[in-house]
Design a protein around this ligand. Structure first.
Ligand SMILES: Nc1nc2c(ncn2[C@@H]2O[C@H](COP(=O)(O)OP(=O)(O)O)[C@@H](O)[C@H]2O)c(=O)[nH]1
Ligand SMILES: [Mg+2]
Length: 280
């Protein structure tokens, strides 16, 4: 999808990845991992991400004081010889949901001068192997989404027909028709943003939590005219740990989508925030 756009972060990337190989010349990539009780996943996931061997690559773990001690494990990883200086941990006092965790993570990533910000679940449903593709598409797009609902994308084979139908209906029928947005996977959480998109978004505009948080962010970015690309991903269910999403969050989502439409339908590219983001 190409929207009217004057700036080209893709070109900026070309420039920074120009002639020489020094890592400082490469844009700083930061992957945000929100965690709540992910002790069984986080060490392995961190290893898998660094095995991708991407230049100038950093992690930001945002932990909401997980009772299972994920935060402590994250600190140990951050202080380990292998990852010192490459892994940051943001501790928050209590579980407040995915939306506030991401907002705090985006703000911290901006403060840490990240140029390309990737967000993904910490349970292997978002597979590290797709990250090189996200980065490749970031050369020519402002926002890149890992998508279950474009050609080639898929969800876990074990999903029952009701769950499949509900997710498909929400993403492919309900949300696009209410919001008038050509994005096929609006609730997915595997995303890449150029820094300027998070600044332009104006994080204080975003109010939703849960699945609708993802919808609100992408809707505002669409209204602001950022160029959005979806790449197909397979989305397997988590093997370890438990999901924190509840049916009540999913039920509330349908109404919240209407709220989002009314809240942001008048936004246009001119309303992008230009000043540096307020940071913590
Ligand atoms: N920091 C933080 N992370 C959360 C919270 N709720 C969920 N997560 C993380 O967000 C990601 C997605 O959550 P998950 O329970 O897997 O949701 P599902 O994939 O929709 O079932 C995982 O990495 C969770 O650990 C929260 O309240 N705070
Ligand atoms: Mg999950």
């Amino acid at each position: 999808m190409i929207l009217e756009e004057t700036t080209s972060p893709g070109e900026a990337l070309e420039r920074t990845q120009g002639e020489n190989d020094m890592s400082a010349e490469f844009p700083k990539v930061m992957v945000i991992l929100p965690t709540y009780n992910e002790r069984e996943n986080i060490p392995e996931l961190v290893d898998a991400l660094f095995r991708l061997d991407i230049r100038n690559f950093h992690l930001l773990i945002v932990d909401d004081n997980s009772p299972d001690g994920t935060g402590k494990i994250a600190d140990q990883i951050a202080q380990s010889q292998a990852y010192r200086g490459k892994v940051n941990v943001l501790h928050r006092p209590q579980k407040q949901g995915l939306g506030p965790a991401y907002i705090a993570g985006y703000k911290r990533a901006l403060v840490l001068d990240a140029q390309l910000i990737i967000q993904m679940d910490a349970d292997f449903s978002h597979q590290p192997k797709y990250i090189p593709q996200l980065l490749e598409e970031a050369r020519t797009h402002d926002v890149v989404l890992g998508s279950r609902y474009v050609a080639g994308g898929s969800v876990d084979e074990r999903w029952g027909p009701i769950r499949k139908l509900l997710s498909w209906w929400a993403n492919r029928l309900y949300t696009p028709s209410i919001l008038g947005i050509p994005v096929r996977d609006t609730t997915g959480g595997f995303r890449l943003f150029h820094r300027n998109c998070l600044i332009g978004l104006d994080l204080d505009r975003i109010k939703a939590n849960g699945y609708v948080f993802q919808v609100e962010v992408i809707y505002v970015m669409y209204r602001l005219g950022y160029r959005i690309k979806e790449i197909p991903i397979h989305f397997p269910d988590r093997e370890r740990g438990v999901s924190k999403m509840s049916p009540s969050i999913a039920g509330e989502a349908a109404l919240r989508v209407l709220q989002i439409m009314f809240r942001h339908r008048d936004l246009s590219p001119i309303r992008r925030r230009m000043a540096p983001c307020d940071t913590e």
